[in-house]
Design a protein around this ligand. Structure first.
Ligand code: SAH
Length: 363
């Protein structure tokens, strides 16, 4: 539970084996608290020591328990045998020391990998599942496509590894990123791979799942809000609309879209959403023109969706090339082609009409 408490300088006693308590220890250390770690005398509570954490002497008597608990502000119990638990509860009640119970991290010899869809960049579009996975991660592999502004806060105490860029500013090859994730999980760590949008929409999530399975690492996927739907939405464009469009096709423009594909897309008569489409934009627009799409088909290019400098360029099939070139559109951007684009434009017009009428009335 996070009630926004300030732990800076507070004395926190964490009770539990080093492995099981590692997430809790990392979190309180990251919060600025003075952390004491009690692993206990018995086999259940003995674990690997965690650097930077002081270990007080294990209390042997009720008096010693009282003295220890009176000296701290908060006790976080991760693991404790029933008799130790009883000592802690009694001493906390007596000294009015706060007591919280925290979930133990997995102590399985093999950890796990969770592919997390981080959505298109806005914190409020991260799912509860994404937040929970980040909160309990030992290590987070991320890249610039995921939402990263407040990663250190979402994953307090976790090791954060940028796999988008190596020190020499080159992207880490996909296979190397997969190897890093798998070896961290094989070392027993809880791994999160944070991705932009949804992991299975041009996110190479499928390959990462296969790499984990091949290595015998448990892997799960948390879906995310994809930019293919949310970024047009942020510009006021619904990808479907009753009686306007009853399908939307999401296609990658990373490699040029072939004439056969363009012909099928035109034939569907629905909305076309292109991701990674800026590099091949001119070619695609020329192809759609040549293959018979209506020249006045509405087209929008939405750059940097949800960022403070989000920008939308609206046009038609026969004008968008000049508009895009003039505006100097850049990646990341979502290109939307179809009648639904006009709904956004119409929305603006309706809104300005409304404002005009309102000002007339007021005047
Ligand atoms: N898995 C991601 C897509 C990865 S491909 C998802 O589901 O959203 C990367 C492409 O997504 C970019 O080239 C761009 O076309 C699009 N994209 C992702 N986030 C975006 C944003 N905030 N604004 C505009 N386009 C975005």
């Amino acid at each position: 539970m996070d009630l926004g408490l300030d732990y800076t300088g507070k004395r926190v006693l964490v009770v539990g084996g080093a492995q099981a308590a590692r997430r809790v220890l990392a979190r309180y250390l990251a919060s600025g608290a003075h952390v004491y770690h009690l692993t206990g005398p018995g086999p259940v509570l003995v674990g690997r020591p965690v650097s930077g954490v002081s270990t007080p002497a294990f209390p042997r008597s009720t008096g010693a328990w009282n003295a220890l608990i009176a000296a701290v502000d908060l006790v976080a119990v991760v693991q404790a045998s029933p008799d130790i638990d009883a000592h802690i509860v009694a001493a906390c009640a007596r000294h009015r020391t706060w007591l919280t119970r925290e979930a133990a991290a997995s102590t399985a010899p093999v950890g796990s990998v969770t592919l997390v869809g981080g959505g298109p960049g806005l914190e409020s579009l991260l799912t509860v599942g994404a937040m929970t996975a980040l909160h309990t991660a030992d290590v987070v592999f991320y890249d610039r496509l995921g939402p990263t502004d407040r990663l250190a806060r979402w994953a307090p105490g976790a090791e954060l590894v940028d796999v988008g860029k190596a020190p020499g500013h080159h992207a880490i090859p996909q296979r190397d990123a997969e190897r890093m994730m798998v070896s961290a999980a094989l070392a027993g760590r809880t791994v999160v791979r944070l991705k932009g949008g949804d992991p299975f929409v041009f996110g190479r999530g499928g390959e990462e799942v296969l790499a984990c399975r091949a290595a015998g690492v448990p892997v799960s996927v948390i879906s995310g809000v994809t930019s293919a739907i949310a970024v047009p939405g942020a510009a006021g464009i619904p990808v479907t609309h009753r009686e306007v469009s009853r399908s939307f096709t999401v296609i990658s423009g990373h490699a040029p879209i072939t004439d056969t594909e363009l012909t099928h897309l035109i034939g569907l008569d629905g909305t076309i959403v292109v991701l990674m489409g800026i590099g091949t934009l001119l070619q695609m627009i020329a192809g759609l023109n040549r293959l018979g799409m209506r020249a006045d088909m509405p087209v929008a290019i939405v750059e940097r969706g949800f960022a403070h400098d989000q920008r939308s360029t609206f046009g038609r099939l026969d004008t968008i090339t000049a508009l895009a070139t003039g505006a100097g559109v850049r990646s990341p951007a979502v290109v939307v082609i179809g009648e639904v684009v006009a709904l956004a434009a119409r929305g603006d017009a309706d809104a300005s009409d409304l404002l005009y009428e309102a000002s007339e009335l007021a005047g």
